[in-house]
Design a protein around this ligand. Structure first.
Ligand code: ATP
Length: 458
């Protein structure tokens, strides 16, 4: 595998310098595991979400979107099992007072050779003692026993904080799709199999260090639940594995940097589960999950809500609770993978290095930058900008040498630089410079809109 230029340090620095991602609450000294998207980053993230929605809703037969509330009736989380079992095994270092996940300590210590998912808490404690796994922060060996700690953020509804008012920030978007199963089915008149998709915020009180936006306490999920009849679930599980993988390679990911990882330990309700892992600078880790959740979710919601969630099959009037194939990917985690995959440092002929984000043009914050060669050409350049900005996200820059302006656009991944020069005054043509090859062509300014539309579609 070819050596890659990207490191997490370089990426964090580039993101901060170029307005992609800033540390959260920075002027107050920050807040662990939170990040704010800047002017360039918000465009990139919106484009990632748009590409996903286009693929899994707009272009998908029989898939429909929802945007459910973040705050849900607390019974939802009882039905889903989150109030009782959404927890991680935590250990505190008594010396330096940092908190760690026992499973992560074992995975790191064994370099991935031991799978903590298959261990009970007592077995994890025994492994840590036997192998003298020390605190990664201070190097001491002085642990508390494992404690479980629910990852859901609690808040309260109303003016008193009595326990009956306790509500949660949703830890996943999936339940919003499950509780709306019949609403969507009835209003769209969809027949099983059909899908419900959602993009939205989720919150988890994660305590482990984050690796930039890999693991944060507030993040966005893009989830698609495919409701199908029992017996067809195996075939759809395989189909969603293929579709999830193809979405990534179509976005420009090298298949060498992606791999499937089957779960060794399945949740009690799951029939099959796997992740697609990506080769991040810190190693292989989860990018998205695909799960065959059987009829567990809808059965539980039927039981806890007391409302029938049976689907009536119009072909034979049979009634059943559909099975669910879930495909779930974090928008922020995908953004991190997209940035890692796109990051490149290229040595040019004169020995100079250029940093470039080589992502799919559809993902780029700006499809083009409009650059007058000299300030005197600003009126013509601005006129082109005025026209193009009605259709595309484009930017305008007249400050500095043309070479410096090209580099700035390369660093944020703008696929095309449109230069307005003195020939533009003569014959109405401009140069279009392509980011990756740096090749330039000359086209009529009138053809720019068609050119960008053809080259930036996902
Ligand atoms: P992990 O094992 O990394 O904690 P998970 O298996 O708990 O993830 P799921 O509950 O399956 O993750 O969530 C689906 C997707 O949501 C993940 O594949 C990931 O892309 C994203 N995701 C989950 N937790 C976080 C987080 N704390 N920060 C950012 N993205 C997250």
């Amino acid at each position: 595998m070819a050596e890659r230029a990207v490191t997490m340090e370089k990426l964090v620095a580039l993101c901060k310098a170029r307005g992609i991602i800033f540390p959260g609450s920075e002027i107050y000294g920050g807040m662990g595991n939170t990040w704010d998207y800047g002017p360039v980053g918000v465009e990139i993230k919106n484009n990632i979400k748009r590409a996903w929605w286009k693929r899994f809703v707009q272009e998908s037969e029989n898939s429909y979107g929802v945007d459910a509330a973040i705050l849900m009736n607390s019974r939802v989380w009882e039905a889903s099992g989150h109030t009782t079992s959404f927890s991680d095994p935590k250990m505190d270092c008594k010396k330096c007072k940092t908190r760690h996940r026992a499973d992560n300590l074992i995975e790191a210590h064994s370099k991935g050779k031991v799978n903590p998912d298959l261990m009970s808490d007592a077995e994890m404690e025994a492994y840590i003692a036997e192998h003298h796994v020390c605190c990664p922060n201070c190097g001491n060996f002085d642990w508390t026993p494992i404690r479980t700690f629910n990852l859901m953020f609690e808040t309260s509804r109303g003016v008193t904080d009595e326990s009956q008012n306790k509500i949660y920030l949703r830890p996943e978007t999936a339940q919003g799709e499950f509780v709306n199963f019949l609403n969507v089915q009835r209003t769209t008149r969809a027949k099983v199999p059909f899908g419900i998709a959602q993009i939205g915020k989720a919150f988890r009180n994660e305590i482990t260090p984050g690796n930039f936006i890999f693991r944060t306490i507030e993040f966005e999920q893009m989830e698609h639940q495919w409701f199908c009849k029992e017996g067809t679930d195996g075939e759809y599980y395989e189909e969603y594995k293929r579709r999830a993988f193809a979405f990534l390679t179509d976005l420009g990911f090298s298949p060498e940097h992606l791999r499937f990882h089957d779960h060794d330990k399945l949740a009690h309700y799951a029939k099959a589960a796997c992740d697609i892992q990506y080769l991040y600078p810190m190693g292989w880790s989860e990018l998205n999950g695909i799960h065959n959740r059987t009829d567990y979710d809808l059965t539980r919601h039927q039981q806890y809500s007391g409302k029938s969630l049976l689907y009536v099959d119009p072909t034979d009037n049979s009634r059943y609770i559909p099975y669910v194939i879930e495909y779930s990917i974090g928008a922020d985690r995908l953004m991190l993978a997209v940035l890692c995959e796109a990051y490149d440092e290229e040595t040019l002929e004169g020995g100079e290095t250029r940093n470039v984000l080589r992502f799919h043009p559809a993902i780029a914050a700006y499809k083009a930058a409009i650059l007058p060669l000299q300030k005197s050409l600003a009126p013509q350049a601005r006129a082109i900008w005025e026209t193009l900005k009605k259709q595309f996200s484009v930017t305008y820059d007249e400050a500095g040498s043309i070479g410096k302006r090209y580099r700035r656009q390369d660093e944020i991944g703008t696929p095309y630089c449109i230069t307005v020069d003195f020939d533009t005054l003569e014959n109405g043509t401009v140069t279009v410079r392509e980011r990756d090859s740096m090749a330039q062509i000359r086209i009529s300014a009138d053809a720019l809109s068609g050119y960008l539309a053809d080259h930036c579609v996902f």
